[in-house]
Write a protein that binds this ligand. Structure first.
Ligand code: ADP
Ligand code: MG
Length: 618
């Protein structure tokens, strides 16, 4: 029998490899820019025509190549960056596979000019679809220029698959930003169809970020710095009030290489927990340095994912670093523990003149008599509702209830004089369920055994979660009809996710008109989701489901209810009226499981009178 296995000719192998390396013009931009950085250039120009479909050119002033390397660099697996497998574990360069140039040359018309500093003449090569067309010595500036024309000229299917110029251009800008943010010490310029898009002189990181993103960027950056044995973090995070709707200003670099990591993103979001408006995305530019041998750079050519040895530790360090920075720079009132906003001068009083306080004395008042003074202050009284939280709470308490009376306290603190009238037996009753909001974060409530402290954000998560779940599983959810249906745009994968979850979403109250290839049309929303919040709620949900949709419908509902509760719960920093505070506390204790959030975090704590007493005896 004749043998049937053959080795693929090089140009075919290159074309196949090109399919992996080069998906679109932006991939060429990335590879060429990275090569220029690796060549130690200090000045790099990117020139693009028609969103890269006609031309991608990168000119650098780096080390250049001699005549042999100039030809060699187009061979597959030709690289100057690693010599042996071990080198992979101490990489400081962007490239190492030696595949990019061979791949690009296989599917485009490439012209390369390169000269090394010490040589008089450089080399000028033209290569089209892996075929060398010409090679000549030439008088050239120091460094290298690659121009890539007519991308996918020999693979029409790929060429037709390219998106509109706007989309392709956006991808190019994304790649450009990822490279320039990692190298503020290099001067980059970027021209598109003859106009200058970016001119980024050598600078420090902060200036680089500000030059790229312009606007109010400088005001919103908060520096982050932390150094531990396993991780060094530098960079900036955005103040919460400048958070955006999109994730376009979120960057992680690990050992100066741009990466994507849902896990680390989560750590950042955890640091912002409770201080961001619903669905808002904070900006971040975070540079992580880890020992190279503790990461596994995915060997896939274009993947930006990375595997860390000790992910959990990195998560914790990152989260606390960011929390610390946000707190230290006083960007969040809720994190500013030294200042109680309740003590701020109310706005109305700010400009009023100070006046001498007057004192009114009730001359008939005799402190030694048990008779009450004529006028007493009556705190507002809230009638207790049937099944209100207090009755739920009493009895779940492990300790015996203590009546606050004068004697028990006098016993504790012999040196304290107490007048009986202060402890009028009716006084406690009158206070009813009075609540106080502290730091716009906690609701404090005197209860029989002492004091109840409710975390407003977490309590509301619990309430919403149970509401959504009941709506989805028991009742037909109530839905508010929109006057004008809204269109929400999502990426293809996101639309697929939404399609899969459609039934559960309908159960919560979403009404879908039609789904197209690019957007969904909603004509109704769950009763407690506003029109403004709709897209954010869905965006959050999608990002919570990145790791996959739960299989059975029960856990699907559960995930949706949790995610929506998290998105919609009132945030730390939100001011609540007394009525709202009361509703929240009552709502919490009407829940089936009031003690924790759907994410198993405590929603409230109690402080017994003994605990307080003890503090006074220290
Ligand atoms: P890799 O970057 O993975 O090594 P490439 O195919 O991108 O593979 O490049 C092959 C080789 O060509 C590089 O290792 C480098 O030696 C050389 N090279 C590519 N671009 C440049 C450049 N702009 N300046 C100098 N040398 C370059
Ligand atoms: Mg390369």
């Amino acid at each position: 029998m004749s043998s049937i296995i053959q080795l693929l000719p090089d140009h075919v192998a290159n074309q196949i490899a090109a399919g992996e390396v080069v998906q679109r013009p932006a991939s060429v931009v990335k590879e060429l820019l990275e090569n220029a950085v690796d060549a130690k250039a200090t000045d790099i120009k990117l020139i693009i025509k028609d969103a890269g479909k006609s031309l991608v050119q990168v000119i650098d002033n780096g080390v250049g190549m001699n005549i042999t390397d100039a030809r060699m660099c187009f061979e597959r697996h030709a690289t100057s960056k690693i010599r042996q497998a071990e080198d992979l574990f101490s990489l400081h360069t962007k490239g190492f596979r030696g595949e990019a140039l061979a791949s690009i040359a296989a599917i485009a018309h490439v012209e390369m000019k390169t000269r090394q500093d010490q040589e008089e003449l450089g080399t000028h090569i033209i290569i089209e679809g892996s075929k060398f067309v010409s090679q000549e010595p030439s008088v050239l500036p120091k460094g290298t220029s690659f121009s890539v024309k007519n991308l996918f000229f020999n693979i029409p299917a790929r060429r037709n698959f390219l998106k509109s110029e706007t989309v392709e251009f956006r991808h190019i800008v994304d790649e450009f930003q990822r490279v320039v943010l990692a190298h503020p010490n290099i001067h980059f310029t970027f021209y598109h169809n003859g106009s200058e898009m970016f001119n980024l002189p050598q600078s420090n990181l902060r200036q680089r970020i500000v030059t790229i993103f312009a606007g109010k960027t400088n005001e919103k950056l908060v520096p982050c710095n932390e150094e531990t044995d396993i991780l060094k973090v530098t960079g900036f995070v955005g103040k919460p009030e400048y958070a955006k709707k999109s994730r376009s200003e979120q960057f992680f670099f690990v050992n100066n290489r741009f990466i994507k990591s849902g896990y680390l993103h989560h750590a950042v979001m955890a640091a912002y927990e409770g201080i961001l408006p619903v669905g808002a995305q904070p900006s971040y530019f975070l540079y992580l340095d880890v020992p190279p041998n503790t990461i596994d750079i995915n060997i896939h050519p274009t993947k930006t994912e990375i595997k860390f040895d000790d992910e959990q530790a990195l998560y914790a360090i990152l989260r606390s670093t960011i929390k610390h920075s946000l707190g230290q720079f006083n960007v969040v009132p809720a994190l500013d523990f030294d200042r109680d906003s309740n003590l701020d001068t109310p706005y109305d009083y700010k400009d009023k003149e100070a006046s001498t306080p007057t004192i009114q004395v009730d001359r008939s008042y005799n402190p030694f008599s048990n008779d009450k003074p004529n006028k007493t202050y009556t705190p507002p009284y809230y009638p207790k509702k049937e099944g209100s939280w207090e009755s739920l709470y009493i009895g779940t308490n492990q300790t015996s209830e203590i009546e606050i009376d004068a004697t028990s306290i006098v016993n504790f603190e012999n040196d304290e004089e107490i007048t009986a009238s202060l402890f009028d037996e009716n006084n406690e009753e009158k206070q009813g369920n009075r609540t106080y909001q502290v730091h716009r974060k906690y609701i404090v409530n005197p209860i029989k055994s002492g004091m109840l402290i409710v975390n407003q954000h977490r309590a509301h998560q619990r309430i919403l979660y149970e509401q959504f779940l009941t709506n989805m599983t028991v009742h037909q959810a109530s839905s508010q009809q929109l006057l004008f249906p809204i269109n929400l745009y999502f990426s293809k994968d996101e639309l697929e996710l939404i399609e899969e979850l459609k039934q559960s979403l309908v159960n919560t109250g979403f009404v879908f008109e039609e789904n197209t290839q690019e957007y969904i049309v909603l004509s109704g929303l769950p009763a407690n989701v506003s029109e403004k919040e709709a897209s954010l709620v869905l965006e959050h949900l999608i990002s919570d489901l990145q790791d996959g949709i739960p299989e059975n419908s029960f856990s699907q509902n559960d995930t949706i209810a949790r995610s929506m509760a998290k998105s919609l719960a009132i945030k730390t920093g939100a001011f609540l009226t007394e009525k709202e505070q009361e509703n929240l506390v009552n709502g919490l204790f009407a829940c089936k499981e009031p003690t924790t959030t759907p994410f198993q975090k405590p929603t409230f704590i109690t402080m017994r009178v003994e605990d307080i007493d003890r503090k006074f005896t220290l």
